[in-house]
Design a protein around this ligand. Structure first.
Ligand code: BTN
Length: 331
């Protein structure tokens, strides 16, 4: 994507017609550059009107991210979070892991567009301009890496609480860290950590939420997906949602730093998409097991009741995939 595309679209977001010459003058480029750059909008799902003698118009403007608006929606202590919005970057997680962005102890970096957004297990994270919410939070944690094993579950609790505050009533948690709605993926969490095992650690919490994904993007995703538009039937204000997630996340990080998952695990289990349901689990070594999900441990391990009644605690590193299964033959 050309670096001037989003600046041009932001100017056009007032819904008025802008002559190509005016746009060119505003950005100190030629009219031909404006014309070529705006050709990139359509393939990204952004529809522009071009009318001879009037110029360009953007009839439906994306709900652009705005650092000032997000910061104004933060409550209490969460106002300490430094908010940065980029038009385009490779990956907000990679940026914050590289630490060049800012020295602030608690920072949120959101991007309108990621060229190499990363999902878990080396997968690419599919997102579109204006149709997704992609951001990362860097937390300098007093806890060592060893104490962070349940953090992704705690972050799931924060995201679910924020979604509920924004009118998404029935988002559920899939172990270890997906957010589902009616068994379809709504959001994902990717946590990356640098530091010593006994602390302190630099934790980067990356979150991607499907806001309104076009069909061709959904077709690239190898599992059932949903988005906020499909769930609520209307457009969600991404700035408000991001602020609500940061408000909830701030409380959760404070709680996690003191008590780990111990006080959060009941809330996690209450919203577990698969509690008391049969799961088919593929382990990291390729073996599969079937069992009933019976909550989580304070470490974040998933408790599975095997067909013979034994209980097994599974840590996320030991599991390749855990899927709901409808029926299992028990001997
Ligand atoms: C998953 O696979 O479910 C996790 C997806 C995490 C995606 C987010 S988008 C913002 C942040 N930057 C990245 O490159 N990945 C995370």
């Amino acid at each position: 994507m050309h670096s001037l595309l989003i600046p041009l679209l932001r100017i056009l977001s007032d819904g008025k017609f802008h002559p190509g010459t005016h746009l060119a003058a505003q950005l100190s480029v030629s009219r031909a550059t404006v014309c070529n750059v705006l050709k990139q909008a359509e393939p990204l799902g952004i529809h522009l009107h071009k009318v001879q003698g009037h110029g360009y118009q953007l009839p439906i403007a994306p709900n652009w991210l705005d650092a000032g608006q997000i910061q104004a929606d933060l409550h209490g202590e969460a106002r300490q979070i430094e908010m940065i919005v980029l038009n385009e970057t490779r990956s907000t997680n990679t940026d914050l892991l590289n630490r060049h962005v800012t020295a602030s102890p608690l920072v949120c970096l959101a991007a309108e567009y990621q060229t190499s957004g990363r999902g878990r297990r080396g997968k690419q994270w599919e997102a579109t301009l204006g149709g997704s919410l992609t951001f990362s939070v860097r937390w300098i944690s007093p806890l060592g890496i060893a104490a962070l094993s349940g953090l992704s579950l705690a972050v799931g609790v924060a995201v679910r609480r924020a979604l509920q505050r924004c009118g998404v009533e029935d988002a559920r948690l899939k172990w270890p860290n997906d957010i589902l709605w009616q068994d379809k993926k709504l959001a994902g969490i990717l946590i990356e950590v640098q530091g010593e095992s006994m602390g302190p650690a630099i934790v980067v919490i990356g979150i991607g939420i499907n806001v309104q994904l076009p069909d061709d993007v959904r077709a690239n995703i190898d599992q059932p997906v949903t988005d906020l538009h499909e769930i609520t039937g209307h457009s969600i204000d991404r700035n408000h949602l991001l602020a609500e997630i940061l408000n909830a996340l701030y409380d959760i990080l404070l709680e996690f730093a003191v008590n780990g998952l111990s006080r959060l695990r009941h809330e996690w289990s209450e919203w577990h998409a698969h509690n008391n349901q049969w799961l088919n689990i593929t382990l990291a070594d390729g073996k599969t097991i079937n069992g009933i999900a019976r909550g989580i441990q304070a470490s974040g391990a998933l408790l599975i009741e095997l067909p013979d009644g034994q209980q097994l605690a599974l840590h996320s590193g030991e599991v390749q995939r855990a899927r709901r299964t409808d029926s299992v033959e028990v001997a």
